[in-house]
Design a protein around this ligand. Sequence first.
Ligand code: CMC
Length: 431
Amino acid sequence: MTDSSKTATLTIDGTSYDLPLLSPTAGPNVIDIRKLYADAGVFTYDPGYTSTASCDSTITFIDGAKGELLHRGYPIDQLAEKSHYLEVCYLLLYGNLPTASDLEEFEATITRHTMIHEQMHNFFRGFRRDAHPMATMVGVVGAMSAFYHDSTDISDPRQREIASHRMIAKMPTIAAMAYKYSIGQPFVYPRNDLDYASNFLHMCFAVPAEQYEVDPILSRAMDRIFILHADHEQNASTSTVRLASSSGANPFACIAAGIACLWGPAHGGANQACLEMLKEIGSVERIPEFIARAKDKDDPFRLMGFGHRVYKNFDPRAKVMKQSADEVLDLLGIENNPVLQVAKELEKQALEDPYFADKKLFPNVDFYSGIILEAMGFPTSMFTPIFALSRTVGWISQWKEQLSDPAHKIGRPRQLYLGETARNYIDVEDR
Ligand code: CMC
């Protein structure tokens, strides 16, 4: 990784410091500043980590300029077209595509862990019915550490493995239960004869009173949504998981922290916010008004589902999602869906607008996903939980990678302190 022939030189007050340059397999070189404070007595300043690599990783690579996303080297569009979610899970977790027998064994393992401890049902009942399913998920996933004691010892690789499988297997069950609870319907137990996506749809939409057949085309679309959200480098929630884990916290607590971070509208909450925005726009005639608001510096409004920290070109996931939106609506016989029409016209007008072109703002994964999920029958409040269940494998893979690195350290950023310097305490009667 280190290219010792190259260094970067930093000069402070006439003294020069040579900093090693690390060469990645793809992406820009990285200046190694680990010894900077010890050698030069200075910190670096980078709020939001816009120029800082927080770790090394072999899992996912994004080329933001090209609009390319690779998982273990495989392009996301190829995975979305040819693979399926559990195979992508295996790839992310273990680094290579599985052989047929590896895949069979992995699928059997995940399938065997889909049920949650029966006593955990009581946790759901403690929440208000109108709780956001993300709130319920944060609580219930965190509470898994109170039930699965045999997989919380992070120093034991076997326990780490079991925790990984448990979370991938149980997250759809937990998300579906959070949904069922919120609409006052009975929980539907997992069905292990169904594939991962079909099982999730069944747990969400079946009721004991009726037979529910999962449409294979919807199941395929669901699976594709899972694939498109599976991992995305060191994004905010993944970095949260890594930071939580750096202290030695148990895996369930770390993933609960990731879910909490994902919830925000700048991250996973954008899919809900985007559909709500498209509905608020309502008709193509109102698009210019909203574009003007998004460009107005004095208006906090942003086009949800637009822009990305890393992509300065089309988010490759958005391309697949747009195509999927057309397919799903077609299948469901939904013609001239007004929200899809607004979305397409909004995309067109924004892309033609110099403000978005100059700032390289393109549709991201969340722009079209909500349209598909709503057409499938999900309420907006379930969009982010679906993102969370899909991203679980990414969080887990990055967590495993971090723990298997013998050099990993507790995450502890520095700061640029701008507060008061030391001053003496003043008794209350003297203030
Ligand atoms: N609408 C209008 N202007 C925007 C938008 C937008 N959606 N996104 C960025 N800008 C402007 C922003 O005002 C800024 O302008 P200026 O340079 O004049 O101050 C410039 O573009 C750069 O924006 P930034 O906020 O500095 O960029 P960032 O990398 O910190 O933020 C982002 C990235 C995704 C948070 C942001 O683009 C955004 O808020 N988008 C809307 C929310 C969204 O769709 N989030 C989902 C991201 S993809 C899924 C995921 O990761 O969870």
